[in-house]
Ligand binder design. Structure first.
Ligand code: IPE
Ligand code: IPE
Ligand code: MG
Length: 233
């Protein structure tokens, strides 16, 4: 139904927990559980690519215990969900830097990517140690003195820097939960013409109904890409 690239900034786990008198890490555990429902809803809706922001390059600045909990959850997610992704023909790809991740996490990433490489359904991309500014600077550095570089070639360089296994292209719909309206260094290049949907709920509460509301919002948008609307549309 939807030939879309949807990207989600999964924000609000910490506040979800704090409001319940729980430690922030309890919010991350709940947030990780919430991922499945959204992934399955997206796959069933026929979304082509789903990019989830799981850990930003700036998130390294959080307390060590929280960072360690997030890294553990990521590894566990990959180890437990890869089988379910294969059943649903979902291809997994982790985007972002890998040189600052633990060996065991890199191993889990490589294994999930290898095991789902031939899946032809939805492309599930999870952004870990990701910074759009870093990717852009690094792609520019790789472009070097190539004066022929155009936006298509630059996008290829970005995919290379990001370890993007298959080109996901421009983001059609960017969603952020957690009642904040900012991009926090996520997919700045790819969101040039993205429709933006901000949800007031915290990430663990978003779920199937949240994604459906975002897709309804998207369906009602008229995208013009700088042109004028066609008569009758
Ligand atoms: C999003 O939730 C998850 C990550 C950034 C890893 P937060 O942890 O940012 O939750 P809040 O924004 O503090 O509530
Ligand atoms: C963005 O959320 C990063 C992720 C959701 C992984 P943050 O909570 O880190 O963003 P800021 O600090 O509110 O901008
Ligand atoms: Mg946050």
């Amino acid at each position: 139904m939807y030939n879309l690239h949807v990207a989600i900034i999964m924000d609000g786990n910490g506040r979800w927990a704090q409001r319940r008198g729980l430690p922030r890490t309890a919010g991350h555990i709940e947030g990780a559980k919430a991922v499945n429902e959204v992934v399955e809803t997206a796959a069933r809706a026929g979304i082509r690519a789903l990019t989830l922001y799981a850990f930003s390059a700036d998130n390294w600045g959080r307390p060590n215990t929280e960072v360690a909990a997030l890294m553990r959850l990521l590894r566990r997610y990959l180890m437990t969900e890869t089988g379910r992704c294969i059943e649903q023909s979902i291809r997994i790809n982790i985007i972002g830097r890998r040189d600052r991740l633990s060996q065991s996490l890199v191993h889990a990433i490589e294994q999930s990517e290898r095991l789902t490489a031939s899946c032809t359904g939805m492309h599930l991309r999870i952004a870990v140690d990701y910074s759009a500014q870093y990717s852009i600077v690094e792609a520019a550095r790789r472009a070097g003195a190539d004066l022929d570089v155009d936006s298509n070639r630059f996008q290829e360089l970005l995919d290379e820097v990001d370890h993007s296994a298959a080109p996901a292209g421009a983001v059609d719909l960017l969603i952020r939960t957690g009642a904040e309206k900012r991009l926090s260094d996520f997919l700045l290049w790819q969101c040039a013409y993205a429709e933006l949907f901000f949800a007031d709920c915290m990430w663990p509460e978003f779920g199937e109904s949240g994604l459906r509301a975002a897709l309804d919002y998207y369906a009602a948008r008229q995208r013009r890409f700088g042109k004028v609307a066609e008569a009758g549309s």
